[in-house]
Ligand binder design. Structure first.
Ligand code: AMP
Length: 116
C-alpha cells in the first residue's frame, strides 16, 4: 500500500532506525519512545491491525514474536524482561493502520497497564 507509512518504511522509501529484520518482519525504533527501548516490529506484508489477523497470517504473526525476541536480545532485555503490546482501534490509541508490535523495556513497566 503506497499510502501506508509503515509499508513505505519496509520499502525503504521512508527512513527508519532499523534494529533487525527478517524475511517476514522489520523492526525499528519508535520516533516517540515511551521507554529506553521502544521498538516497533511490523510484518513486511500489509495487515491493518491485530483484529484483522486470520489463519493465513500465521507465519507472519509468529515471525513478529520471533523478531521481538531478537530485539530483546539485541537491547539486553532478556534478563529483566520487557512488554509486548498490540493496540487495536481508537480506544487503545491505535494511530498507524499497519500491524505493529510494540517492544518496550529498559525500565519498570506499570501494572496494570492502564496505570501508565
Ligand atoms: P499505535 O499507537 O499503536 O498505532 O503506535 C504507532 C506508533 O508508531 C507510535 O508509537 C508512533 O510514535 C510510531 N510512529 C509513527 N510514525 C513513525 C515513524 N515514521 N517511525 C517510527 N515510529 C513511528
Amino acid at each position: 500500500m503506497t499510502d501506508c507509512i509503515f509499508c513505505r518504511i519496509v520499502a525503504g522509501e521512508v527512513p527508519a532506525d532499523e534494529v533487525v529484520s527478517s524475511e517476514l518482519s522489520f523492526a525499528f525504533r519508535d520516533l516517540s519512545p515511551q521507554a529506553p527501548t521502544h521498538v516497533l516490529v511490523i510484518p513486511r506484508q500489509h495487515i491493518t491491525h491485530a483484529g484483522d489477523v486470520g489463519p493465513e497470517h500465521a507465519a507472519a504473526v509468529a515471525d513478529l514474536l520471533v523478531t521481538a525476541t531478537r530485539v530483546a536480545e539485541i537491547d539486553g532485555l532478556t534478563e529483566r524482561g520487557y512488554r509486548l503490546v498490540f493496540n487495536v482501534g481508537e480506544d487503545a490509541g491505535n494511530s498507524v493502520p499497519h500491524l505493529h508490535l510494540h517492544v518496550l523495556g529498559g525500565r519498570q513497566m506499570g501494572w496494570p497497564p492502564w496505570s501508565g
